[in-house]
Design a protein around this ligand. Structure first.
Ligand code: PLP
Length: 495
């Protein structure tokens, strides 16, 4: 029976519903299952199942305080015709000297992989509130590097009993991402640009969570805070499902035999997506290597090489903005598991990170990281990868996926490892239309929106519905605020 405990060792373990409502533990740790459950049958036996069926199996294993009906209703509500593809997550195979299988996680409403978890989180949360007889309204605080914000807004818009508040870095998101957020409709939606980068936004949100007086005052008004970031276990678990599904699908179409190992390559920012792959392996999916791809903000590449996590470095704004992150929150969960669930040890690392801007992991954890391999691609490598794959195979990928492909290609050249590899394809190329157009050598255009038109004409790839006519939508959230004002704005929008 999975119960959820804080990575920093504080408090009593909670059931899933309570952990989802809280979002983050009182000691600022993240909730993790005391034990990662095993799949009831091997992943290859799930060959032929629909995505919804696989997701149901995975969610049931983690959230065993939910009834079958509850899980069923959540899955059915989330993974429906909101997704542009009936199969929810198609896999595109690109052959050539370095074959790759792109797991297209971006066919949801907001055209990025965040939809995979944020289409279901509102259902999981409202179900949890009902189960726990929660009387307060839940105010979801979200820091975003661009994609989480829109996906959370879309998921929670007009969901009864909730308010959704999003902070994004004013200069740190693409034109399309920004436009998607500031035009969001829904009476319970609140969006603020902040003067700072993603880490500032994330730290600001974590500080608000840590302020007990603020929480007490909000409760007087009838609100509790929760999180839609991948620090919420209700966001992480639905992401495990697509790795299980991908394995089953590879067996189904004959790309691998049951039991064959696969590798995964994941373009990484906050470490949620790749951690979900690690959970899938613990559940029983035969994943050999986790290739963790970063852009110029390569804290993780250095970490896997040296065992030292050092955030004290220049922050780069890149053409893969959703990965412009120096503090990868979910790494804390992996450290917890690999330390043998030593909350005190993890608390020490996080304290060092706070006070000394770095920490060095134990030999034991280093040993546990041997299946992980870090690598990074700079902006030029990324554009090159996008251009090469488009020229040779006619396959169009976004910049984040371009980072992943570039790192993967280098990995294969360096190691000769020919294990079939799933590449997490995390966004529609149209979300980053300017950089992608640059990558495939299109002419300059005056705005992202004109790039969308040009890219459509060149590639023939359909523009996701949510990105059509975006420039014509009315701006409903024009505020730009300072980081020190975040708590005030939260207070004021919860009336
Ligand atoms: C969020 C995001 C990432 C990074 O995922 P993490 O789970 O934060 O590591 C990569 N690519 C895109 C397009 C994203 O939106």
């Amino acid at each position: 029976m999975p119960m959820y405990t804080s990575t920093r060792g504080g408090g009593e373990p909670l059931n899933a519903a309570k952990a989802i409502i809280k979002g983050i533990a009182d000691d600022k740790g993240l909730y993790v299952p005391l034990q990662i459950p095993k799949l009831p049958v091997p992943a290859d036996v799930m060959a032929g199942l629909h995505y919804r069926e696989v997701a149901t199996i995975v969610l049931k294993a983690f959230f065993d305080d939910f009834t079958d009906e509850e899980i069923g209703a959540c899955v059915k509500g989330a993974y429906d015709s909101k997704f542009a593809r009936e199969e929810i997550v198609p896999i595109a195979k690109v052959t050539g000297e370095v074959p790759a299988y792109f797991l297209e996680l971006y066919h949801g409403k907001t055209a990025a992989f965040k939809d995979m978890a944020l289409s279901i989180l509102p259902y999981l949360l409202t179900t949890s509130m009902k189960k726990e007889n929660e009387q307060a309204q839940i105010a979801i605080l979200t820091a975003t590097s661009g994609d989480t914000g829109k996906a959370a807004l879309e998921g929670f818009a007009d969901v009864p009993g909730t308010q959704i508040i999003v902070f994004f870095p004013e200069e740190g998101v693409s034109e399309v991402q920004k436009r998607q957020m500031i035009t969001q409709e829904g009476a319970n939606t609140h969006v603020f640009a902040i003067r700072g980068n993603f880490d500032d936004a994330q730290t600001g949100v974590k500080n608000i969570f840590a302020d007990n007086d603020f929480a007490d005052a909000l409760l007087e008004k009838g609100y509790k805070l929760s999180s839609a970031n991948s620090i919420n276990i209700g966001r992480l678990v639905p992401q495990v499902a697509y790795y299980v599904y991908a394995y089953a699908k590879m067996v189904e179409v004959g790309e691998i035999r049951p039991g064959d190992p696969i590798n995964v390559t994941v373009p990484t920012g906050n470490f949620g997506n790749i951690l979900a792959a690690y959970y899938a392996k613990q559940m029983g999916v035969p994943i050999a290597k986790f290739i963790c791809a970063s852009n110029e903000n390569k804290v993780l590449t250095d970490f896997f090489e040296t065992g030292v996590y050092n955030k004290d470095r220049v922050f780069h704004t890149t053409n893969s903005p959703s990965m412009d992150i120096l503090i990868s929150s979910n790494l804390e969960r992996l450290l917890y598991h690999l330390s043998g669930m030593n909350g005190e040890e993890v608390r020490g690392y996080m304290k060092d990170l706070d006070e000394k801007k770095q920490y060095e992991i134990s030999e034991k954890i280093r040993e546990g990281l041997k299946d992980f391999r870090g690598g990074y691609a700079d902006e030029q490598d990324t554009l090159q990868a996008i251009g090469d794959v488009y020229d040779k195979f006619g396959y169009l990928m976004d910049t984040h996926t371009g980072v992943a492909y570039s790192v993967y290609r280098k990995y294969v050249q360096e190691t000769g490892d020919r294990t079939k590899t799933i590449i997490a394809s995390t966004a529609s190329p149209y979300k980053f239309a300017k950089a992608v157009s640059d990558g495939i050598g299109l002419d300059m255009e005056p705005s992202d929106f004109q790039y969308i038109v040009a890219l459509r004409k060149e590639s023939g790839v359909e523009v996701p519905e949510g990105l059509r006519d975006l420039e014509k939508k009315e701006v409903l959230h024009p505020d730009v605020i300072g980081v020190e004002q975040m708590a005030d704005f939260v207070w004021n929008c919860l009336e």
